[in-house]
Each structure stands twice: as structure tokens, then as C-alpha cells.
Design a protein around this ligand. Sequence first.
Ligand SMILES: NC(=O)c1ccc[n+]([C@@H]2O[C@H](COP(=O)([O-])OP(=O)(O)OC[C@H]3O[C@@H](n4cnc5c(N)ncnc54)[C@H](OP(=O)(O)O)[C@@H]3O)[C@@H](O)[C@H]2O)c1
Length: 331
Amino acid sequence: MAMQTVKLSSGQNMPVVGLGTWQAQPEETEAIIKIALDSGYRHFDTAFNYNNEESIGKSIKKWLSEGGKREDLFITTKLPNFGNRPSDVEKFLNLSLQRLGLNYVDLYLIHMPFSFIQDKNSFTPAINEDGSFMLDLESQPVAVWKEMEKQVKAGRAKSIGLSNFNISQIQNILNNSEIKPSNVQVELHAFMQQKPLRDFCKLNNISVTAYSPIGSPGTKAHFQAKYNYSVETFPDLLGHPVLNQIASARNKTPAQVLLRHAVQGGVIVIPKSTNPERIKSNIQIFDFKLTDEEMDKLNALDQDKNMRIFDFLFFKGVENHPNYPFKDELH
Ligand SMILES: NC(=O)c1ccc[n+]([C@@H]2O[C@H](COP(=O)([O-])OP(=O)(O)OC[C@H]3O[C@@H](n4cnc5c(N)ncnc54)[C@H](OP(=O)(O)O)[C@@H]3O)[C@@H](O)[C@H]2O)c1
């Protein structure tokens, strides 16, 4: 069944299912992207700091050389949190384009509203002696946005948007911009449905992309391994009995039901998988429709902010940044 798209305020069509690639290792990504292209994916979500843009680029180059059309693809990448200053926007977008082997991206997002100083020797945030992240307190999102607008005018990005910004931070950009954000990418799944933010975005003609749409299983272990950060109550969304009951009654996987639930609610989804079978099945969500009753049952799983996985506190000290977006949730 044909992929649905959403018309962005920039005029572009964004496929409602894309492949997430966070934690996809560079050495496996090239083959994964080919499997995804063969399975019907045309939308790919990456970021400068996922370190896999080059592998994605290689796969795309091959696909294009075999007759694929660039205009059929939708490629999103993101400005890293250590490049959140006006003088760095063009530099990092050019680096991403170089790695991807493209002359434009379809969507360029400011990855996070807060910013860190860059490490002197690498593309990572600088770390203080006590292990905390070195905050860049000078960073001004509106000034960064002005540079994002220039990237559209220069043809390097077709659309621009924001990720992990809260409602008042998005409003601030809306109030001070010439080109409005076309898309906002936030954590969104059945346990955290982001109703206020979705209503706000709808009113302002901003599309919403759900990251971690199936609850990011596996990320608890990643937080522990990479940041030595433990989350005590990591939600087990895929194991929820209501979801499993709907899935088995329909002979669908729990992931397909979650993705269908979000898409049917008007949200774009970017599930990540590096498993060929799961890559294929996660896009097979256009051959069924959830009933109003099933939608109600899934809507009722919402616990909003209580179920946030990505509070970014694994970046030690980030809550002290003036642009930390979830201050009202800190205890
Ligand atoms: N803007 C941001 O700050 C931000 C933050 C987080 C994520 N993202 C983006 O959003 C994408 C998705 O989020 P996410 O990776 O956190 O979480 P997710 O897509 O909700 O979950 C990915 C996890 O689920 C597993 N999985 C995939 N399909 C499955 C299925 N059908 N059944 C059971 N398990 C399945 C994957 O393992 P396998 O690979 O083994 O299948 C992986 O461990 C990311 O890859 C990234 O592109 C953006």
C-alpha cells in the first residue's frame, strides 16, 4: 500500500514513516539502508552525532546510481548540541552534507535547545573535571534560527525545524522568525502522547515527528553503558497487556499497532531497527485501520510527562542550562 505523506509548510511532502538510525553502527548501516530502501522506506532520520551519515550516504549513492530519484527521498539530519551557535550552523550542515554525499537535506533540525562547548579535539561536548558537561551559556536559539533560515535560502536545506524544544521555546522561534519551523521532533509514544504540544503545533501548521515511537527498548542499557546513568523506571511499552491484546486480536505485532496508533493520530513516526525482519514489518501499517474503540484504549495509556525517557539528565549538569526544556519536571 502506498506510503502516506504530510504536506509541510515549506511545501515539501514528508513520508509519515521513516527509519530511525540512532545507535545504528556505521559498519552495519550501509546494508541496513539498502534493506530499508528495498522495503519501501524513503524517509531516513539521522544526526551529525549518530556517526552514521557517511554509511547512509554510501547506500543512497548506490541506490541513485541504480535509477533511484533524489526527489523521492526525504533525509533529515540535525545540528549537534555542541554546534548550537550561529557561527557553527553552516559549518555543521556542510559537514553533514559532505558525509551524506548530498547537496541538500530535506529537513535540518536544531537537535536540542541547550548547548555545550565543543571538545577541543573531537566532535563531542567538552566535559568538566567533575564529569559534568561544559555548558555554553551564550547560546541564543533565535540567533541560531536566523542561520537555519539562511541554509534554506542557500538551498542546503529544503525545510528546517526543531527537536526537543518545549512549547514556549517553539513559540519564541515562531515570534522571531521569517521562515517558520516545518517540523518538531519530540519523544512521543502511547505512554507519552504529547497532546498539548500536538495541539499547539496543529494550530501553528507545524508537523510533529515521534521519536522513540515504540518506547526505545534497549536504551536503558545504552544509557547505563555510555553514560553510567541508570533509569529506575524505564517504561515497558511493548509489553503492555492492552497493546498486546489489540495486536494479537488483529494478528499484528505490538510495534505495528503502536506505529499505526501514532500515524492515525496525525503524527510522523521514525522507528529504529537494524533487524531486517523488524525493518520490513515496521512499515507494514497501511493495510489496517484501528477502530475508534481501539484508538480510545491506546489513548488511555497516556501518562504524559511521567513517562518521559529522554529527560537528558544523562548529560550531567544539563539541567543548569537556561534552555534546558524540562525544568518544570525537575523534583
Ligand atoms: N531528536 C532526538 O533527540 C532523538 C532522540 C531519540 C531518538 N531519535 C530518533 O528517533 C529514532 C527512533 O527512536 P529510538 O531509536 O529511541 O526508539 P524506537 O524506535 O522506539 O525503538 C528502537 C528499539 O526498538 C527495537 N525494535 C524495533 N522494531 C521493533 C519491533 N518491531 N519489535 C520489537 N522491538 C523493535 C530496536 O531494536 P532492533 O534494532 O534490534 O530491531 C531498538 O532497540 C532514533 O533512531 C532516532 O533516529 C531522535
